[in-house]
Design a protein around this ligand. Structure first.
Ligand SMILES: [Zn+2]
Length: 451
């Protein structure tokens, strides 16, 4: 019996508490076939990679993102605004999104994610000025071979209704619900090993109606889907919820039927202790977005406290305009720094951060059985990190700590579903340069810049 791919002589981080210092990992049919230590004989393989001196980890999982925002990265007029100022400055630009620009921005985002060691990502696509934008995202994912969880975002409440966005980027409730049903029917694959999944993701409590929150939860129950939204991200959200709903964001979240094991939320920065306990008990997961939170200067969730209270916490790079990058390695490193800065050097290790970026992300997406670890039978999503760089010279005692404290920032080889998509740091994709040129053109159009 011959396996498809064999990686040898690596330091392999299989899962929390399971590492093989000098081991091999074999892949067959998109799954981890077998693993072993140096003294054990590996199976015969069609292709072998000598990863001597390198670290192998599960692929990192991005649990919160807005890929289209890479069309307005580092957009000067709003780079120093608050969250609400930043959103209000960019909504009119995002009203220019169409299928082509979303296809291109998704393609660029996925390549950037792969280069940072990410093998599975969700995307929270909540601006729909034109139809079929998530269809365009799946086109990118299929062309690249990326494992993709699209989330059908939505906004119903424009400025005229007391919301934040202009009327040009909101939709009526029936359109949102019908399109959500359509996308689930067309793309959602509930089978093990799925490359395509769909979740429902009203943008935030202050941008959608109560009916959308309630009916999304009901639709998720009907089709066995996951639910996602931003929650407790900003103090202004507390003020809004108090005025409009007469309660806190978490209380409203519970009231509309979202406190369930189907839900994962982005940020969750401003809950009370008892609210954290309640959502943890309900099985809600959180995606912390350290770089976005720090860039926007709005506080950040205390991830280790959430974990200690029983909540599963993943990591997300958030929108490419608030964070301006899409490297999950950088997010993982930043989660480590943020945790230690907040709670001291004993509070968090590189392994805690890696656990959040792998198993934590898989929990957010409801796929801990097959993603976020490299146990036999898991999806063959993994990264070989280059460990022989100048920046790692002298780091001899702990490859996992060294990986996150020193370097490498970019992945060496990224493998998704058993296929090599990045090799020696270079994406193995034809047509990338054409995509980048077209992306530049679309970014200029959306930012209303003339050539
Ligand atoms: Zn976000």
């Amino acid at each position: 019996m011959t396996v498809d791919l064999l990686i040898t002589d690596a330091y392999i981080y299989i899962d929390r508490g399971h590492e093989i210092p000098n081991g091999w990992i074999a892949i067959k049919d998109g799954r981890v076939h077998s693993t072993g230590a140096g003294g054990q004989t590996p199976p015969v393989a069609s292709r072998a990679i000598d990863a001597r001196g390198q670290l192998v980890t599960p692929g990192l999982i991005n649990a919160h993102h807005h890929m289209y925002q890479n069309l307005t990265r580092s957009y000067a007029p709003v780079t120093n605004g608050t969250l609400f100022e930043w959103l209000q400055g960019l909504y009119p630009l995002w009203a220019g999104l169409d299928e082509e620009s979303v296809y291109l921005s998704t393609f660029v985002a996925m390549v950037e994610l792969l280069m940072g060691g990410c093998t599975t990502s969700m995307d929270h696509m909540y601006v729909h000025p034109r139809p079929n934008l998530i269809d365009a995202q799946f086109r990118s994912a299929h062309e690249i071979g990326f494992r993709f969880h699209a989330t059908r975002g939505s906004m119903t409440r424009s400025v005229e209704d007391g919301g934040l966005p202009p009327a040009s980027v909101v939709q009526d409730e029936d359109t949102i619900l019908a399109d959500s049903e359509r996308l689930v029917t067309k793309f959602h694959d509930p089978a093990p090993g799925a490359m395509d999944r769909v979740a429902l993701a009203p943008c935030s409590l202050f941008s959608v109606s109560e009916r959308i929150m309630r009916e999304s939860a009901a639709m998720a129950d009907r089709h066995d889907l996951r639910l996602h939204t931003h929650l407790a991200e900003d103090p202004e959200e507390d003020t809004y919820c108090a005025e409009v709903y007469g309660c806190t964001p978490t209380e409203y979240f519970e009231r509309v039927g979202w406190a369930s094991p189907r839900s994962w939320v982005a940020h969750y920065i401003y809950p009370s202790s008892s609210e954290i306990d309640r959502l943890a008990h309900a099985g809600v997961c959180t995606a912390q977005c350290p770089c976005s939170n720090m860039m926007i200067g709005g506080g950040a969730a205390d991830a280790m406290n959430l974990r200690a209270r029983g909540m599963r916490v993943g990591l997300g790079c958030d929108g490419s305009a608030s964070t301006d990058h899409a490297s999950m390695w950088l997010e993982t490193r930043m989660a480590l720094l943020l945790g230690r800065f907040r709670n001291g050097p004993h509070s968090m290790s590189a392994r805690d951060a890696l656990d959040m970026a792998t198993r934590g992300g898989a929990a957010c997406l409801g796929r801990e059985d097959e993603l976020g670890h490299l146990r036999v039978g898991a999806c063959a999503d993994l990264v070989i990190w280059k460990m022989s760089e100048v920046a790692l010279a002298g780091a001899l005692t702990d490859p996992v700590e060294a990986w996150l404290r020193c370097a490498p920032a970019v992945a060496g080889t990224t493998i998704v579903n058993g296929k090599i998509l990045v090799e020696d740091g270079v994406p193995r994709l034809s047509g990338l340069n054409e995509v980048l040129r077209a992306h530049m053109h679309e970014a200029r159009r959306i930012q209303r810049l003339t050539d």
